[in-house]
Design a protein around this ligand. Structure first.
Ligand code: GLV
Ligand code: MN
Ligand code: MN
Length: 410
C-alpha cells in the first residue's frame, strides 16, 4: 500500500461511528434493522444532514429519497462518494454506513491536508439499498437512473402493506416526484463507493491487504415464489389427502443447494420463507419464499433459477399445489470502470477483487465512471451481526478514500 499510516488512535473515526451505534438496533435478532423511511432511517438521515451541515456542506434531498452533501457547487465534473444507511434485517453495522461515514471523514481529511478541490465533491446516501423493506434493492439509485418504473416502485409495499408512496409521504417526501432524475445524474462526474468487504476475497488475494479495489459485480436477482395448496389440520389430514405447499417449497430450498453444483461459481439462497397462516398444527394454505441467485453471467443465473423452479413445479405437481414465480429484481453483471480502476490501483497499490454483493455503484456504473474500494472484514461475515472491520482498518480505508478523492479532484 502506498498511502500513509493512519493516526494511531482512530479517534475521529470512533467518535463518528459512536453516533450510529444505538440507531436501529434489532433487539430480536441482534445487529441492526434499518429500512427505507423507517424510524431508524429517518434518524440516520437527520444525523447525516447534521454532520454534513456542521462541515459546511450543502445538503440536498432529491426526488427519490437520496440525500446529497456537497462541497462546492454541483457540476458535471463532480466526484461523488457515499453508500447507503439502511441494512438487511438483523444486519451488521458496516454494510452501507461505513461508506457514508468514510465519505464525511475523507472530506475532513482533505481539509486537514489543505486540499482545495478543483472539482465539486459530494457524499451521497442512497435510499433502501438492501431492499429490506420494499423488496427491490438499490431503490434510490434505480429510481434516479430510471432503472425502475416509478409507478411500479411507488406501488411496492412492505410486509405490513404500507406502500413506498405512503412511506415516502409520511417522511415528508412527495412520491409523485419519484422517477428518473437526469439532471441529478448529470451532476455525478465520477462515483466511488467505499464498502466493507463482504466475503474472503480480499484476504485471499493478499493476506496483508487492508483495502482493495473492485473490478466487477456479479449478475444477481431475486424471485418470489408462491406455492398454493390447501390449508388443513395437521393431526387429522391423511398424507394422501394433503396438498401441502411446504413440500414444494422445501424442494426449492434443497434444489438451490443441489443445483449450484451444476453451475460452477453460482450461488443460490432461500433466506426468507413465509407459510400462510403459519401455525404449528396447521398445514399451510400457501407458502411464499424468496430465491436469491447469483453468477458472473446473467444467462447462467437465469438457467440456474429455471432448474430450481422446475424442481419446485415437479414437487408441486405431485402434491397438487400451484406455483407462481415473480421476478422481483435482476441486475446484470457490471464491470466497473477499467480506466478508473487502473488509475486507483496505481495510486493505492492494493489488490483488485470482484464482488458477489450488489451495490448502488453497480446501478450508477452504466451511467458514470464508477469505482469501489473495499475495506478488510476480518470476520468474513456480512448481512449478519458478526460483520466486522477493525477501527484501524476503517481509518486506513478513510485515508485511502481521501487519497482517491484528492487524486480525482485535481
Ligand atoms: C446487497 O448487499 C446484496 O448483495 O444483496
Ligand atoms: Mn448489503
Ligand atoms: Mn451495501
Amino acid at each position: 500500500m502506498k498511502f500513509g499510516l493512519p493516526p494511531a488512535d482512530g479517534t475521529r473515526f470512533r467518535s463518528a461511528w459512536a453516533d450510529l451505534a444505538g440507531v436501529g438496533r434489532d433487539h430480536r435478532w441482534g445487529g441492526y434493522s434499518r429500512h427505507g423511511f423507517d424510524d431508524a432511517d429517518v434518524q440516520l438521515r437527520q444525523w447525516f444532514t447534521e454532520q454534513a451541515t456542521r462541515r459546511g456542506l450543502d445538503v440536498e434531498n432529491d426526488r427519490n429519497g437520496n440525500v446529497w452533501a456537497w462541497w462546492g457547487e454541483p457540476g458535471p465534473d463532480s466526484v461523488v462518494t457515499g453508500s447507503h444507511l439502511d441494512s438487511v434485517p438483523g444486519g451488521g453495522a458496516f454494510d452501507g454506513p461505513l461508506g457514508v461515514i468514510s465519505g464525511l471523514l475523507a472530506i475532513d481529511e482533505l481539509k486537514l491536508r489543505g486540499v482545495t478541490p478543483a472539482r465539486p465533491v459530494a457524499v451521497a446516501c442512497f435510499l433502501e439499498e438492501e431492499g429490506g423493506r420494499f423488496g427491490l434493492p438499490c431503490l434510490g439509485s434505480r429510481l434516479m437512473t430510471g432503472t425502475v418504473d416509478p409507478d411500479h416502485a411507488r406501488r411496492l409495499h412492505d410486509p405490513d402493506g404500507v406502500s413506498l408512496a405512503d412511506a415516502a409521504k409520511r417522511s415528508g417526501l412527495d412520491p409523485s416526484g419519484m422517477g428518473p432524475d437526469p439532471a441529478r445524474l448529470a451532476s455525478v462526474g465520477t462515483f466511488v463507493e467505499l464498502h466493507i468487504e463482504q466475503g474472503r476475497l480480499l484476504t485471499a488475494a493478499d493476506p496483508a491487504a487492508v483495502v482493495g479495489i473492485g473490478s466487477e459485480i456479479v449478475a444477481h436477482g431475486r424471485w418470489r415464489i408462491t406455492v398454493t395448496g390447501q390449508g388443513n389440520h395437521a393431526g387429522t389430514t391423511r398424507w394422501t389427502d394433503r396438498h401441502d405447499p411446504m413440500i414444494p417449497a422445501a424442494a426449492g430450498v434443497l434444489a438451490a443447494r443441489r443445483e449450484i453444483a451444476n453451475f460452477p461459481g453460482a450461488v443460490a439462497t432461500v433466506g426468507r420463507i413465509h407459510p400462510i397462516p403459519g401455525g404449528t398444527n396447521v398445514i399451510a394454505s400457501s407458502v411464499q419464499f424468496w430465491l436469491d441467485a447469483r453468477h458472473e453471467s446473467a444467462v447462467v443465473t437465469a438457467t440456474l433459477v429455471d432448474a430450481i423452479v422446475s424442481a419446485v413445479r415437479q414437487e408441486a405437481a405431485a402434491e397438487g399445489c400451484a406455483v407462481v414465480v415473480q421476478r422481483e429484481s435482476m441486475s446484470d453483471r457490471v464491470v466497473l470502470d477499467a480506466g478508473l480502476g487502473l488509475q486507483l490501483s496505481a495510486l493505492l497499490d492494493v489488490p483488485v477483487i470482484p464482488t458477489g454483493a450488489g451495490h448502488d455503484a453497480g446501478i450508477l456504473a452504466p451511467h458514470v465512471p464508477t469505482a469501489m474500494l473495499f475495506v478488510r472484514n476480518n470476520s468474513g461475515i456480512s448481512h449478519a451481526p458478526e460483520e466486522h472491520a477493525d477501527v484501524a482498518d476503517c481509518v486506513i480505508g478513510v485515508d485511502a478514500l481521501a487519497d482517491v478523492l484528492e487524486e480525482l479532484v485535481k
